[in-house]
Write a protein that binds this ligand. Sequence first.
Ligand SMILES: NC(=O)c1ccc[n+]([C@@H]2O[C@H](COP(=O)([O-])OP(=O)(O)OC[C@H]3O[C@@H](n4cnc5c(N)ncnc54)[C@H](OP(=O)(O)O)[C@@H]3O)[C@@H](O)[C@H]2O)c1
Length: 329
Amino acid sequence: MKRIGIIGGSGYTGSELLRILTAHPKVEVVAVTSRKYEGKSIDEVLPFLKGFYDLKFVDPDVRNFDGCDLVFTAVPHGEAMNYVPELLDAGIKVVDLSADYRLSREVYERVYGEHKAYLEAVYGLPEVHGERVRKAELVANPGCYPTGCILSVYPLKDFIERVVFDCKSGITGAGAKPSDFTHYPNLHEAIVPYKVTNHRHVYEMIQELECSVSFTPQVYPGSRGILTVAHVFLKDEVKDNLNEKEIKKLYEKFYAEKPFVRLQESIRLSWVRGSNFCDISIKFDGERIVAISAIDNLVKGASGQAIQNMNLMLGFDEREGLFTPPLFP
Ligand SMILES: NC(=O)c1ccc[n+]([C@@H]2O[C@H](COP(=O)([O-])OP(=O)(O)OC[C@H]3O[C@@H](n4cnc5c(N)ncnc54)[C@H](OP(=O)(O)O)[C@@H]3O)[C@@H](O)[C@H]2O)c1
């Protein structure tokens, strides 16, 4: 059994890591942190996990991870960088769920501010960078929106002139700490656009897709899920030479060996909930390709993808402990 640690185990992505890892046959979680709940048992803080762990939360001192093979850092951006270099120095592999290692230093500092401990990492989108993830010591798990957006159009990458992503996310995307924005009456029966032209996740999309990208995030009043509608405008030289059948063939070919991407005729968030799948459907009206994707933001958009990366980094099949059907209805 490989030994696993989690920094930030009491948050939404941390507790989702704990939930999914209960079913993993080849790893054991041996240390989980929370500063707020240090000394309390996992059962007490996360009653939905009662009966699965006999562990208490510890403080995030890196020495608590001695002997671990891999640690997940599931903490806010700007905080992961306080732990990652020390973990790597101790010979421990890291999957970081924050934004701290997803971008070049130059772009990170322009978008997020000063980086105190920059290191090169592999961008952990296994469908695109799987071979590099296998050899990586540090993997930067992608953002939730970028995962759904990039996967929805990646097979078209060489042909895209411009793409417009219109995304709707469940409220857990904002983390476990309540705020005015996430307060129930403020979101109930509402779909709320926010950071309409300036959400930081767009820089990951530009980095991976290398084309003109527009992105508008919205929150819908559900807990989990990101529905992305991508409006794709093709380069002139290919526009007249592609039809819907050929476009679908490109997707089938690209995702043929990718077990967590499913091509569907239509899309529902409820068909991926609780699972690591990214479902994608494609339509073409002659001018514009409409590629729609659905993910669970806490699974394929965060902790499931982080475990998929862990599987590759530890030499397991990427499906290990993850290939389970969604929760429906
Ligand atoms: N929610 C999503 O859908 C989603 C998707 C993709 C990526 N992410 C990214 O994943 C990371 C975690 O997100 P989340 O939604 O799980 O956040 P969250 O619910 O707010 O949880 C944050 C966790 O980090 C711990 N923490 C906070 N500051 C810390 C520090 N300085 N040192 C050590 N631990 C600290 C907190 O516990 P204590 O304060 O008790 O220590 C808590 O366990 C973020 O970077 C987020 O952007 C989130």
